[in-house]
Design a protein around this ligand. Structure first.
Ligand code: IPE
Ligand code: IPE
Ligand code: MG
Length: 248
């Protein structure tokens, strides 16, 4: 980055940097509609915003960035839109894998990947393999993802361990449960951002956002820049996180 950002300088001065930022990337369709374009044009513009968010997270020193790219419910959209989204996913991976690896970004894709086409799944495996070991940023991309399905899957995995005699039900606690989620090993999101002004969670990380600070911006996802990310982090740094206790 050549232009220095005063927001970036300011947020870095604070001691409370969010370790994990999660983003519900919403508003691509409306962005296209506003311009008289078809919805896939909005998704294409949204892919550029993903680059912005990743760069911004790297500069800000965020350690984990989790992006909601495609929900299980999104499979109910028109087939042409789904095809366009999947083609964009494969393109994004083909174009970005090398740069992500160079920048030390480690990519993981979370969701029910059995629903993806063979070529999309191969692309996912390629980028995960190419970026393993990256240490600057863990980038989780949620595709074909449903938080309820993730929770049900965790419950099933625990039940299977009990059935195999590896676990007694009494030992199932928050930590044991979290260890069976896709996000096992990562801290919960400190900050959850949703673009396009919608005030809902839409089945995203239901378990993990228990104490996340929520930032809703009216900006439509394709217009989201690193400056918007910095603004959200600055606002986060003003919050009083009590976790049910009283202020210090
Ligand atoms: C977010 O944009 C991308 C996906 C959900 C795949 P939308 O496509 O939901 O855009 P809006 O909400 O219709 O504007
Ligand atoms: C949530 O957006 C899913 C993603 C951003 C991938 P949606 O556009 O699917 O959510 P709703 O339908 O507005 O709740
Ligand atoms: Mg939407």
């Amino acid at each position: 980055m050549t232009i220095s950002s005063s927001r970036l300088d300011e947020l870095r001065r604070s001691t409370s940097l969010p370790k994990h930022v999660a983003i519900i990337m919403d508003g691509n369709g409306r962005w296209a509609l506003e311009r008289g374009l078809e919805r896939p044009a909005g998704h294409k513009a949204g892919a550029d915003a993903v680059r912005e968010a990743v760069e911004g997270a790297l500069h800000a020193g965020v350690r984990v960035l989790t992006l909601f790219a495609f929900s299980q419910e999104n499979w109910q959209r028109p087939q042409a839109e789904i095809d366009a989204l999947m083609a964009l996913l494969e393109n994004y991976i083909a174009e970005e894998a090398e740069a992500l690896q160079r920048e030390g970004v480690s990519v993981r894709v979370l969701g029910d990947l059995t629903l993806l086409s063979a070529s999309a799944r191969a692309a996912v495996e390629r980028v995960e393999a190419a970026t393993t070991g990256g240490t600057s940023l863990d980038l989780n991309v949620c595709i074909s993802y449903s938080a309820r399905a993730e929770i049900v899957r965790a419950a099933r995995r625990l039940a299977e361990r009990v059935a195999r005699g590896e676990l007694v039900p009494d030992r199932i606690d928050d930590a044991a449960f979290a260890a069976e989620l896709y996000t096992a090993g990562w801290p919960d999101p400190d900050l959850l951002i949703r673009t396009s002004g919608e005030m809902r969670i839409s089945n995203f990380l239901l378990w993990q956002v228990a104490y996340s600070e929520i930032h809703v911006t009216p900006v439509l996802w394709p217009d989201f820049t690193r400056e918007d990310l910095y603004a959200a982090i600055l606002e986060f740094q003003q919050r009083d996180r009590r976790f049910g206790r009283v202020s210090a």
